[in-house]
Design a protein around this ligand. Structure first.
Ligand code: ATP
Ligand code: PRP
Length: 302
């Protein structure tokens, strides 16, 4: 990871997992203070290769770049990280003489992209469906950046590029005519590294395997702490079934008696997705729950 789209979120994940380090200005390698780990800051596109070839044990990068670097069989996706979400889309001019509305219209023409492996694989199928062979097939050409300018410059009839908000695409007068894939950031390890059935008995590198599992668990905890809050409330026992339907929890709610000995009431503690919590609280109050409050999770293990 480095100062790209994924950098800031990667730093949040590392901080949440209590991986402490000082990175010297312009240095791409640094040692972690509180673990026996070195961090390496690489361009997102290089990370699958370093992890896949075993030079680095764990990496954070986009699913798109794993496919583009053809490392999907050499890395293991340990966790989807919930950020860096975007789509790799086929785009073409929306209006004017060069306008293209469907993927079939683009088949056999010129496509420019930074994702030439993924695009070639995608158009292989489109060409086959359209019955295009030999010189008739779609021509895929690589450019390193400013892909969206290719159509206006007369280099291409369409492009394959990432779309998040769609702002870049619209500003270039393009529209999406097909989605090649949806992607997000993932935590990856080398396949062989993680093929350890029991980290505590792996005779080759037990400490190493244990550390990989520990970091994975910590990061999973950070993600859950960002996604969930804990909701607590009191509810009459005869309404508990309805309340549990509203708040089923990740696994199940914890139900406790009230210490004042009121047999008719129970206290409920349950994890609720942050994005739904306001509606959930409304629903709990509507069925007769009292003292509903929400606690932010600082960290957790799930
Ligand atoms: N709007 C977006 N545009 C491009 N990539 C995005 C976007 N949103 C998420 N991503 C993800 O971020 C990845 C690129 O990561 P990043 O920008 O960190 O690359 P980098 O090479 O490390 O940095 P830089 O581009 O500064 O060299 C993409 O492959 C994709 O998975
Ligand atoms: O849909 P949007 O929100 O506009 O985002 C999409 C743009 O972001 C990416 O480029 P980035 O800015 O990462 O730089 P790059 O062109 O150097 O890859 C991508 O290549 C698009 O150009």
């Amino acid at each position: 990871m480095r100062l790209g789209r994924l950098h800031e979120k990667c730093m949040e994940v590392l901080a949440g997992a209590d991986i402490q380090f000082n990175r010297s200005h312009r240095l791409d390698v640094c040692l972690v203070r509180n673990h026996n780990i070195a961090l390496i800051f690489l361009p997102a596109a290089d990370i699958p290769r370093f992890v896949g070839l075993g030079n680095v044990d764990l990496g954070i990068t986009g699913e798109d770049v794993i496919l583009e670097s053809q490392m999907e069989n050499r890395v293991r996706n340990l966790l989807k990280l919930g950020f860096g979400k975007c789509k790799l889309q086929v785009q073409a001019p929306e209006h004017g003489a060069m306008a293209i509305k469907t993927i079939e219209q683009l088949a056999g023409k010129r496509v420019v992209t930074s994702f030439n492996h993924v695009a070639a694989e995608y158009f292989e199928k489109i060409d086959a469906q359209a019955g295009l062979t030999g010189d008739q097939k779609t021509q895929i050409e690589y450019v390193g950046g400013s892909v969206e300018a290719a159509c206006a410059l007369g280099l291409a009839d369409g492009i394959v590029d990432l779309v998040e908000s769609g702002e870049t695409m619209r500003a270039a007068g393009l529209h999406a005519i097909a989605t090649v894939l949806e992607t997000e950031a993932v935590l990856i390890s080398n396949r062989a590294d993680h093929e350890v059935s029991d980290p505590t008995t792996d005779f080759k590198r037990p400490e190493h395997a244990k550390l990989i599992t520990q970091i994975q668990q910590r990061i999973a905890g950070v993600l859950a702490a960002n996604k969930y809050v804990v909701c607590q409330y009191n509810v009459p026992r005869d309404l508990l079934e309805d309340a549990v339907k509203i708040t089923p929890g990740r696994r199940a709610p914890t139900i406790s008696p009230l210490v004042n000995g009121d047999e008719g009431w129970v206290a409920v503690s349950v994890m609720v997705e942050k994005k739904t919590v306001a509606v959930v609280m409304d629903q709990l109050v509507a069925i007769g729950a009292h003292d509903v409050f929400v606690v932010k999770l600082e960290n957790c293990r799930v």
